[in-house]
Every structure is written in C-alpha cells, then in structure tokens.
Design a protein around this ligand. Structure first.
Ligand code: NAD
Ligand code: DAU
Length: 342
C-alpha cells in the first residue's frame, strides 16, 4: 500500500479528491488532516472506508499536530487546506496569511523531516491576476504572478515557499493551478452554490457589478483527476495549469442556473461590485493535457445538471450550513448590498 497525506480533506475539493483516490487507486491509503473551519464539513466524508481513510482534526499551522499526523516516508503530501474565499479575504486577510502561507511552510518543513517523496501544492489561477476582457490572452505556466486579492496574494506567497523548499532543500514539489471549480458539496459562499441555494428558496440572487466578469469553470472531478496525475506523472519542480476551456460571464452562469431550476430571472439583483474584482480568468491547459495525458470528461451542461441535482437531493446538507454562522456571514456580506441594489 502507498500512504498519502491530504490536508483540507473535509472541504469541497479535498473531499472530492479523497473519494476519487479511494475509488480509483485501490493501493492507496489516506491520512486526512483538517481543522474543520467553517468550510470543513464531516458530512463531506460520510460513508468512506474507515480502513483506507483516517481523519484527524488538526491545524496545518500547528507544527506538533502536523508532526504527529504525517506518516513517516509517506508517498505524497497534497495540500488542499486553505482559506479559499476571496470576499472573506477582503474583510480580513489575517487567517489567509496564517493558513495559506505559514501552514504551507510548516507542511514543507515536516515533509522534509519525514522523508516524504513528493509535495503537491494545490494552487489557483488567481495568482496570475486578471486578463483583459475580449482578448485572446490565456494564463500559461509562464504567466507572471500578479495577484490582486489578499486571497490570491496568500496563494502566490504559498507558491513561493514551495519553490524555495525545492531550490534550497531539494524537496520534490509539483504545483497545480486550477480555475473555478463547481460541483457537489461546494460551500454556498461561492457563486454557483450560493445562487442555487438562493434560487431554491426564492431569494434574490446578488450579482456583482455588471455581471460580465468571466470565469473559466471546471467540474470538480476533472480537477481532482488532474491533481492525481500531476502527482503520478508530473515532472518535479513543475507547475501545471488545469482548466476546461470553459469561459463564461457570471450573468450567463446565473441565468442558466435559474432556467435549469425553473425560476424567474426577476430574482437577479445587480449589487455593489467586489473591490479589486478580477475581470477575466482563462486557462491554457495544454501542458497538463500533453505531459499528464489529462483531459476533461464532464461537459458544462452535464456538470451543471449533476450539480443542481445534488443540491436538490441534499437539501439537509445545505440547510445545516444555512442555519448556522452562515446567517451572520450572509447578512454582513449582502444585507447592505441588496438594500441598495439597482
Ligand atoms: P474549501 O474552503 O471548501 O475547503 C478548505 C478546507 O481546508 C476546509 O475543510 C477547512 O476546514 C480546511 N482548512 C482551512 N484552514 C485549515 C488549517 N489551518 N488547517 C487545516 N485545515 C484547514 O476550499 P476548496 O474550494 O475545497 O479549495 C481547496 C484548495 O483548492 C484550496 O487550496 C484552494 O485555494 C484551491 N483552489 C480552489 C478552487 C475553487 O474553485 N474552489 C480553484 C483552484 C484552487
Ligand atoms: O479561479 C479559482 C478561484 O475561484 C479559487 O482559487 C477560489 O478559491 C474560488 O473561490 C474562486 O474564486 P472567485 O472569486 O472567482 O469565485 P467566487 O465563486 O467567489 O466568484 C465567482 C464570480 O462570481 C466572481 O466574478 C464574483 C462573482 N460573484 C460571486 C459571489 C459570491 C457574484 O457576482 N456574486 C456573488 O454573490
């Protein structure tokens, strides 16, 4: 058996990765460290094989906890743990720098001490900033790092500490940079699940600015397959951009969701924009396709249908979240915006 150490496995993408590995790599067992912040949810890990998946509650910034949890000479560390929501980073950046930068450094230090074979850092296209609208420019692995939000800056800093661990200490590292994920179990602070949850409850849908910002959407299972292949086939020290060639304006995403749910477009409210709002993300995934032999398998139409079906069938999952601290979050982020909506 190979053993891998996953952080942030109770979150949206980390839990999808764990399900993928348990199903597709039967010789792998997983130790999963997650602090269970507001975004971590044990319901995301329900019904997993308790022999091949061991969950440990702990913080990646806590060196002793990481030392105790990370198995000696394990095959790989996959660092999914992060503060991941741009809007929260605009309100306060502290937790973003702590988890995303210090936490990554702690994991790298411990991985080196434990003789881990490979360190896989889950990064984001947002480290490369924003592309001009209506251009044919794409993010490639050679694009400059130009982060615009505190979240993106913390993820860019994390990439630099990963690079430094490789250059200085010879740690075997691979970095993946993916675009906007969607799919089951995404916390309803992000665009797609927030809009689905609001629409299902006949509540207004807050679209920032003119709604014409462009994101490059990928179904989460396609992303996690790419991460797995980057670990297995990626070249040491390399960065791989992961994207589905699926650019969409936000307003088109929102209207597609309303149409699929049979809800009226009159639920849409154009609200005050996000400060520093990146205009366009678009990824050129050629390197991942050619070097990793990776391709997307889920079309936008199928992915949206599967996502909507999941939220419809799992309304308890959504209401457990919406009944908790989320109410305060939603009020802080949206009450004033919605009151002064156009
Ligand atoms: P998420 O917010 O759903 O989950 C993050 C998980 O990390 C949660 O389970 C949380 O409890 C855990 N966590 C947070 N701080 C921790 C700490 N200090 N110690 C241990 N665990 C901690 O995030 P996600 O959307 O699943 O994103 C996972 C990773 O993928 C992140 O690194 C993110 O930057 C990256 N990413 C996300 C997207 C996207 O579209 N969501 C796209 C590209 C890259
Ligand atoms: O590109 C990858 C990144 O995608 C990841 O690294 C981040 O972790 C992830 O959160 C995501 O960042 P975005 O800021 O692009 O995602 P978000 O879902 O917050 O917003 C998507 C777009 O929708 C963005 O242009 C802002 C807009 N939006 C978002 C929300 C929450 C709205 O118009 N209204 C909203 O209420």
């Amino acid at each position: 058996m190979r053993t891998i150490f996953v952080t942030g496995g109770a979150g949206f993408i980390g839990s999808a990765f764990i399900r993928y590995v348990l199903a597709e790599r039967t010789d792998v067992e997983i130790v999963d460290l997650d602090a269970l912040t507001y975004a971590g949810n044990l319901e995301n890990l329900a019904e997993l094989d308790p022999v091949r998946h061991r969950f440990i509650k702990g913080d990646i910034c806590d060196r002793e906890a990481v030392m105790a949890a990370m198995p000696e000479r394990c095959d790989a560390v996959f660092n999914f743990a992060a503060e991941s929501h741009v809007d929260r980073s605009i309100n306060s950046a502290d937790e973003f720098l702590r988890t995303n930068v210090i936490g990554t450094q702690v994991l790298l230090d411990v991985a080196r001490m434990k003789g881990v074979r490979r360190f896989v850092q889950i990064s984001t296209d947002e480290v490369m900033g924003s592309l001009p609208e209506d251009s044919d420019e794409f993010f490639t692995e050679r694009s400059e790092l130009r982060p615009n939000s505190p979240y993106a800056a913390s993820k860019a800093a994390a990439e630099f500490v990963v690079r430094a661990a490789r250059e200085t200490h010879g740690v075997d590292t691979v970095i993946t940079r993916c675009g906007n994920n969607y799919g089951p179990r995404q916390f309803p602070e992000k665009l797609i699940p927030l809009m689905i949850a609001n629409a299902m409850n006949d509540e207004p849908l807050p679209v920032y600015g003119d709604g014409k910002n462009v994101r490059d959407w990928i179904y989460v299972d396609d992303h996690v397959r790419a991460v797995c292949l980057a670990y297995e086939r990626g070249r040491s020290g390399e960065v791989y951009n992961i994207g589905a060639r699926n650019e969409r304006q936000n307003i088109d995403v929102v209207t597609s969701l309303l149409d699929a749910l049979g809800k009226p477009h009159s639920l849409i409210r154009f609200v005050e924009d996000r400060p520093g709002h990146d205009r366009r993300y678009a990824i050129d995934p050629t390197k991942a396709e050619t070097e990793l032999g990776w391709n997307t398998r889920t079309s936008w139409e199928d992915g949206l249908r599967k996502t909507i079906d999941w939220y419809r069938d799992n309304q308890d999952w959504v209401s457990h979240i919406r009944n908790g601290q989320y109410r305060d979050y939603y009020k802080t982020m949206y009450a004033a915006r919605l009151e002064s909506a156009l």
